[in-house]
Design a protein around this ligand. Structure first.
Ligand code: ADP
Ligand code: MG
Length: 312
């Protein structure tokens, strides 16, 4: 059975008591009991009225207290969420720092010979005397070098992200441009885009290029997870000095066993995925003083929330 809060009980009792006293006051004035002089009636009515007033003010006080505690508990809830997110971030950063430094150095070292291989392939490709088989081999070398270079760039962005270049940004333009870019990422299926931006959003202090990169990554993931004909929603709203941008899809969602690994580098369930999109996005948001959170929707699909402080 639901437990009733003692404050609610006091509030109800005090309110009921003041109503009863108000009624008693009215009855006493309208239908006095026999033998009561009019002075006694007035004194009794005034006493009852004062008692009712006291009880009503107690009820109002209890009501104010209740509201105060409710707001306090909401604030505590949001502080708890922030602490939890910071703690998770710290755990992840700790796990990655040593390994990250090592592999970032390695990635950097691989890049130079890769550039030489790619350059040599380009020189070979210019040779008109290559037979088709040789030309195909040179193309494979060039394409694979290009793919590896992309992977190394993503990885180095993650391991050594550039510092954000902060500006005061009107979000509408960034969202519009992320949507336009994401539209190019829809290959061979129909995806509808729904933009829900609260009017008069306050400006934010952020790096617009990096924010666009984060949103594009989230939108591309959402598109890839969505079945043909579904809608991907991009929404933005302001609350408590923070701006929340959400990318909501109605796709296949994330298996419960994978939820904790979403932001780990190289975690991917895609055949040609890099598993670097989300960790890079997470890292960028932390550097900008914001955060990135993932939640499964109650019915279907995922919601990724980018949270930024509004400009003070
Ligand atoms: P990649 O896209 O290269 O796989 P990401 O870091 O962008 O790397 O994503 C990691 C994994 O997280 C994806 O492989 C996928 O399993 C999961 N994921 C990310 N976004 C979504 C989404 N919107 N819906 C379902 N799964 C997702
Ligand atoms: Mg991705």
């Amino acid at each position: 059975m639901k437990r009733i809060d003692p404050r609610t009980l006091i509030w109800w009792a005090a309110s009921a008591f003041s109503v009863v006293l108000a009624l008693a006051c009215a009855v006493l004035l309208a239908l006095p009991p026999p033998g009561f002089a009019w002075q006694e009636r007035i004194i009794a009515a005034v006493l009852l009225f004062l008692l009712g007033l006291g009880s009503a003010s107690l009820a109002a006080h209890e009501h104010r207290q209740k509201e105060h505690y409710r707001r306090l508990s909401e604030k505590l809830g949001s502080v708890y969420e922030k602490v939890q997110a910071t703690f998770e971030g710290m755990k992840r950063a700790e796990r990655l720092s040593a390994l990250g430094q090592l592999s970032a150095g390695l990635a950097h070292e691989i890049r130079n010979p890769l550039a030489s291989i790619s350059g040599a392939a380009a020189i070979l490709r210019r040779n008109r005397n290559l037979d088709p088989k040789q030309a195909r081999c040179v193309d494979i070398i060039a394409n694979e070098c290009h793919r590896l270079d992309g992977l190394l760039t993503s990885f180095l962005n993650f391991a050594r992200p550039r510092a954000p270049r902060f500006q005061t940004v009107e979000l509408a333009a960034v969202l519009e441009s992320a949507l336009a870019l994401a539209d190019h990422g829809v290959h061979g299926k129909t995806i509808h885009f729904d933009k829900q931006v609260e009017p008069e959003l306050p400006p934010v202090e952020c790096d617009p290029e990096q924010l666009e990169q984060v949103l594009l990554n989230l939108m591309l993931n959402a598109i890839e997870a969505s079945p043909d004909g579904e809608t991907v929603t991009l929404s933005a709203s302001a609350c408590d000095g923070r701006i929340t941008i959400r990318v909501i899809d109605r796709g296949h969602g994330v298996a419960p066993a994978h939820v904790d690994r979403l932001f780990d580098p190289f975690f991917t369930t895609k055949e040609h995925g890099t598993g670097l999109g989300l960790p890079v996005a997470h890292q960028i948001m932390r550097q900008m003083g914001g955060s990135l959170q993932a939640h499964g929707n109650p019915d279907r699909g995922m919601t990724f929330s980018v949270i930024l402080p509004a400009k003070r």
